[in-house]
Design a protein around this ligand. Sequence first.
Ligand code: ZN
Ligand code: CU
Length: 482
Amino acid sequence: MSGDFECDMLIRDALVFDGSGEDPVRADVAVAGDRIVQVGPDLSLSRREAIDASGYALAPGFIDVHTHDDAAAMARDTILPKLSQGVTTVVTGNCGISLGPTPLRRREVPVPPLDLIATAEEYRYESFGDFLDALRLAGPAVNVAPLVGHTVLRARAVDDLTGPASADEIAAMRDDLDAALRQGAIGLSTGLAYPPAKATATDELLALVTDVANAGRLWTTHMRDERTGVVSAVAETIDIARRSGARTLISHHKCCGEAAFGLSRTTLAMIDAARQEIRLDVDVYPYTASSTVLIDSFARDSRTVTVSWSDPHPEMTGRDLKDVAADWGVDPSTALERLTPGGAIYHQMDDDDLERILAWPPSLVGSDGLPRDRRPHPRLWGAFPRVLGRYVRDRSLLTLSSAVAKMTGQTAAVLGLSDRGKIKVGAAADLVLFDPARIRDAANYDTPTAPAEGILRVYVNGRIAFMPDADVTTNTGTVLSA
Ligand code: ZN
Ligand code: CU
């Protein structure tokens, strides 16, 4: 009887945004197994299931190019913040931090910021491949494209993390990197702004990134400086990208602290010029607050700082750092010290820079959500619908088709995922159906874990993966290892 059907599912009369950035077309989309098999007006195919999508937008499932979902992807409820936004693929291992291989070789606890994504107990994978095997066994609900983190390699190999690595230590990192790339890492991430990687010297960086280039993989970087030094950090990134030959992605591009406001004019001009010769891209999240572990220099450059978690003082979660300091009768730096290990939300950017970077045609959208935080930055639950609601519909900063491309087709091209991020015959059937009139982020700084509104259905590899108010339990994500 299965032979009677020409397709499994027909989504009828949708406004189809194909991920290319072109204007949408009204069409039907047919899915068989895990693939899109036909796209066109008024398809008449026998099918198991038909969905009337008139009045709604259909797009390729969103690719979250910047996540810390290494551990969160293991279970459906911890990846729900992403699924419920229409995300069908997450890139893990960003900012130098990946769940495999374990950084706990010379140290018993993960040094901050490695504690952003996992506890010491969760850092249990001897190799990068062991992490991927565990992920496959768990059966993720979204597709996972995994990076390996430089800070993890550094913590494994380097004795004194506050200094440059020795030749032997660099050799050890290169061995680990080589293994991770062979086991399927799509690239290497660095987190050069963070204490355990700040001392990374050019020779260390160039050696590792050159190995990435030789393997044909991607380098993503949380640059050394995103404050007044952001211009020189971009210059360093371009220099390493050029000398290594690696495809390069600048993570969560931003200008932090009032003294840095407006510098995105300069940085985007530099990146534009460099793009004439090298493959260099940028991702961005649609908020003017950042979030990471507690770092005094970040707090000093912020208008306000909200505690997002604290191991020694969980009761201070959600409170303003200044108020905590006043309660304790100490200065904010001392309070921050006492709250560590912990994390915070730093209000420290300007709308103009954010809008300039988001509207810049090549930029990609990533959430940078922190799934382990007790009171997370709202980007975890809201980044993608916020772009489509606030910045496309409400503020007309960019068109819906270009915003969708920044979440799908453009992203897949940067990642080298040839059969994702597009609605076309033969592509993987990762799809999101949403209402363009209603889509919006409901998560904010007061209610940070509210699911987005206006997302109607999310499909991962041809199977329903999320519907609001429905009990979906199938997990059909795959590990998109290189
Ligand atoms: Zn980062
Ligand atoms: Cu990050």
